[in-house]
Design a protein around this ligand. Structure first.
Ligand SMILES: NC(=O)c1ccc[n+]([C@@H]2O[C@H](COP(=O)([O-])OP(=O)(O)OC[C@H]3O[C@@H](n4cnc5c(N)ncnc54)[C@H](O)[C@@H]3O)[C@@H](O)[C@H]2O)c1
Length: 325
């Protein structure tokens, strides 16, 4: 297959973030001419970019995708765009106006400028949130999005549909990737809505019993961040357009099982403590059918939950150590 990255100029919005930084690490060995990054450091960090920040192919702009002039300057002259910058699900719920401006308006501007500057392909970061509680398990891409109740899921679906309509109206090629539950080193650790894995790792560190709210039967499909980054590259390289793909690990893991594996990889004998569920989770199950991504992108997840949690734990404990000293 032709290496489309070689000699290309590529924009990555949100490139200082968790997934974006891994996408860039996968792009660099493929010899792009230039990688332009826009990130406002809302959640991304310089530390996430330390393996490539000083690489001469990188052109970093600390700025906001709501700044149309900046966006235009960055997109002009590009061959490809990876659009990852977004607010997280809770941030959208807390402030839908910001959600509108970042998830909808700025994504609209990205699409407009991609048409104007004849971008060859856009890889759009969508989400399994488009399904809400899905109809089928494993969930194929053909499940409908009517069960989604979140602004975030609505915005991601709108983004997919926007790119579909721009393909239809203007011939703009794109692929949308619906990530399931991403995890791995560099995931958010300090936010108000810190991921459950990180809270449990804090328990391991402090020797406190980890808490499970409810009976722990809620399931997720945990997909390792480097596998997600590889799916992004595959979506660019493959001769596919106008398609959405589930990107998951294809393993349904309950919170209870997740905790068991996390304790196991840390050689911990702490006992989970159950607490009454204090919020209603409308999405009680997630399991991706990834056969479409396998078939059309050649995507296969390579990192097991056990291996991924080992790497997450090592990274997190190292990070804490550095903070303390
Ligand atoms: N992490 C997951 O489990 C998951 C699941 C499904 C989809 N996604 C999607 O994948 C993409 C990447 O997510 P992530 O987990 O790396 O999150 P992240 O928050 O680490 O990355 C997003 C990046 O965008 C930047 N950003 C936010 N608003 C911006 C703005 N207005 N201008 C410029 N930069 C801005 C942030 O600073 C951050 O670095 C997002 O589109 C997200 O919605 C993530």
């Amino acid at each position: 297959m032709q290496n489309k990255v070689k000699g290309s100029t590529i924009l990555v919005t949100g490139g200082a973030g968790f997934i974006g930084s891994y996408v860039i690490e996968e792009l660099i060995p493929l010899q792009p001419k230039k990688i332009i990054i826009i990130d406002n450091f809302l959640r991304g960090t310089r530390d996430n970019m330390k393996s490539f920040y000083n690489n001469p192919v990188i052109e970093f702009h600390e700025g906001d995708i709501r700044d149309v002039e900046l966006l235009e300057n960055c997109i002009e002259g590009c061959d490809y765009v990876f659009h990852l910058a977004a607010l997280r699900i809770n941030a959208c719920a807390a402030n839908p106006q910001d959600g509108f401006e970042v998830m909808l308006k700025a994504t609209f501007d990205v699409a407009q400028l991609c048409v104007k500057y004849k971008i060859k392909k856009v890889i759009y970061s969508s989400s399994a949130s488009v399904y809400g509680l899905a109809q089928h398990f494993p969930t194929p891409e053909t499940d409908n999005p009517y069960n989604n109740q979140t602004f975030y899921g609505a915005a991601k679906m709108w983004g997919e549909q926007l790119f579909r309509s721009y393909k239809f109206m203007y011939g703009l090629d794109y692929a949308a990737l619906r990530y399931f539950n991403a995890y791995g080193p560099r995931m958010d650790t300090d936010g108000k809505y810190t991921e459950v894995m990180i809270r449990w790792l804090d328990c391991v560190r402090d020797g406190r019993n980890p808490l499970i709210y409810g009976d722990g039967s809620t399931t997720m499909d945990f997909v390792y961040v480097r596998d997600i980054a590889k799916a992004n590259i595959a979506a660019l390289q493959a001769d596919v357009t106008d398609e959405s793909f589930n990107i998951g690990n294809c393993v349904e893991t309950s919170l209870k099982e997740l905790l068991e594996v996390l304790l196991k990889v840390n050689n911990s004998h702490l006992q989970p403590e159950h607490r009454e569920e204090n919020s209603v989770n409308p999405v009680s199950r997630r399991l991706a059918d990834i056969s479409k991504a396998k078939r059309l992108l050649g995507f296969t997840p390579t990192v097991s939950l056990e291996q991924g949690l080992k790497e997450l734990s090592e990274w997190y404990f190292e990070k804490i150590k550095l903070k303390v000293h």
